[in-house]
Design a protein around this ligand. Structure first.
Ligand SMILES: Nc1ncnc2c1ncn2[C@@H]1O[C@H](COP(=O)(O)OP(=O)(O)O)[C@@H](O)[C@H]1O
Ligand SMILES: [Mg+2]
Length: 317
């Protein structure tokens, strides 16, 4: 027994030391637990906020009438990302089913924005976009996006095999279907030359492949689903001339029998398009076939002269 006379027996002292040691850890970890609990509360709060966010766009319910034709219509479309700075100003475009149309214009003129509206990543502020006569706002996302194959400006490949990357939009595709898509995209040959062919791992973001190879894999991915509409946003911007020629050959094949919308910097890529739309600062300033536009003295003719080296660079692109 401890007495209040300033002495402590050896037994009591040992018990005290023992108890202190036993209690130290629980007390320390209690602090940690409290800390973690606070963090958990903060994170849950943020996740809850995300769940509570209402989508700005309301998905439509309708499917597309089959067979899908692929007729696109933009009627007087105005759009801005930031209020007060319009990116598209009254754009009207009609793309009949089965035709190949091109959009050209300087960087920042709004080309990719037109594509984003077509895929309904945003809604126009005024005007309307229709597909086969139906406003995009009426269509379900699966109907709309299922009808469109999209090769974007920045190709995204996953860490996985070439085969998996091509089949990404159609996981149940057979080997024959995958190879046929790769052939149409002029990718089959180079894939076979890879160390493990279709089973080669492409690396994080496809880093083991060249820009042109990634591009052709993403074209194969887009056409595997056999979409009614094919959209290519600068699919040939980052490739050498030889690869461009290969992609060009593949595009001639894959745009047959479907509507195609192409954005290209190199005008040689799109000279065979049924119609070319020239965009400047969010407005369509010219449209027509390559021959029609080059015979006028507008922006397209000027760009064409620069790109073919017919002037000494007085006009900059
Ligand atoms: N998410 C965004 N937020 C704000 N501004 C954007 C966004 N995306 C594009 N913009 C602006 O919109 C304009 C058109 O961009 P974009 O359609 O990508 O042009 P293009 O494809 O013709 O180069 C540019 O001025 C660009 O800076
Ligand atoms: Mg763009």
């Amino acid at each position: 027994m401890a007495r209040l006379n300033g002495t402590l027996s050896v037994g009591i002292y040992s018990v005290l030391v023992f108890m202190t040691q036993r209690l130290l850890w629980p007390l320390t970890s209690l602090g940690e637990t409290l800390d973690q609990f606070q963090r958990f509360l903060a994170s849950t709060h943020r996740i809850q906020n995300l769940f509570d966010t209402k989508p700005q766009m309301v998905e439509g319910q309708k499917p597309l009438p089959t067979p899908i034709q692929g007729e696109i219509n933009l009627q007087n479309v105005t759009f801005s990302y930031i209020a007060g700075t319009p990116v598209l100003k009254g754009v009207s475009m009609h793309i009949p089913a089965g035709e190949t149309h091109a959009i050209v214009g300087a960087t920042g003129s709004g080309k990719s924005t037109i594509i984003r509206l077509l895929l309904r990543f945003h809604d126009p502020i005024s005007g309307q976009v229709t597909l086969d006569g139906l406003p995009l706002t009426d269509l379900s996302y699966s109907a709309l996006r299922g009808a469109i194959g999209f090769v974007s400006q920045d190709v995204f490949l996953f860490h996985g095999t070439v085969r998996e990357n091509i089949a990404y939009g159609k996981p149940d595709a057979s080997t024959e279907e995958i190879e046929a898509a790769a052939r149409s995209a002029e990718a089959h040959e180079f894939i076979l030359a890879l160390p493990n062919g279709y089973d080669t791992i492409v690396g994080e973001r496809g880093q083991k492949l060249s820009g042109g190879q990634r591009q052709r894999i993403s074209i194969a991915r887009a056409i595997l689903r056999d979409p009614a509409i094919l959209v290519l946003d600068e699919a040939t911007s980052a490739v050498d001339n030889e690869t461009e020629a290969a992609i060009q050959r593949s595009l001639a094949v894959v745009t047959k029998g479907r509507t195609a919308v192409m954005i290209a910097h190199r005008l040689s890529t799109i000279r065979d398009a049924d119609k070319i739309w020239v965009l400047e600062n969010g407005e369509i300033i010219e449209s027509g076939t390559h021959d029609e536009l080059t015979s006028q003295s507008g922006l397209y003719a000027a760009l064409w002269r620069v790109q073919t080296g017919a002037t000494s660079g007085l006009i900059s692109t």
